[in-house]
Design a protein around this ligand. Structure first.
Ligand SMILES: [Zn+2]
Length: 69
């Protein structure tokens, strides 16, 4: 986590103002809590597989059955 993380004003993913910020699980993005919630949903669908996607560099597109598209 460098200076960039703290100096950013806008979410890397959706462009919203960053009131609160966190790092993406999947890539280097600094994201807002809305996007964090979306990632949490994806992680839930990945279930045990989420570990292998940490820092993978993209956001996995998972369907309702937990299958990666
Ligand atoms: Zn966002």
């Amino acid at each position: 986590m460098g200076d960039k993380f703290f100096s950013k004003k806008y979410c890397d993913r959706c462009g919203n103002v960053l009131d609160a910020r966190t790092m993406s699980w999947f890539n280097e993005d600094t994201i807002c809590m809305d996007c964090f919630e979306k990632e949490s949903e994806i992680k839930k669908k990945l279930q045990d597989g989420e570990k292998s996607y940490e820092g993978c560099g993209y956001i996995p597109d998972v369907d309702e059955k937990g299958e990666i598209k």
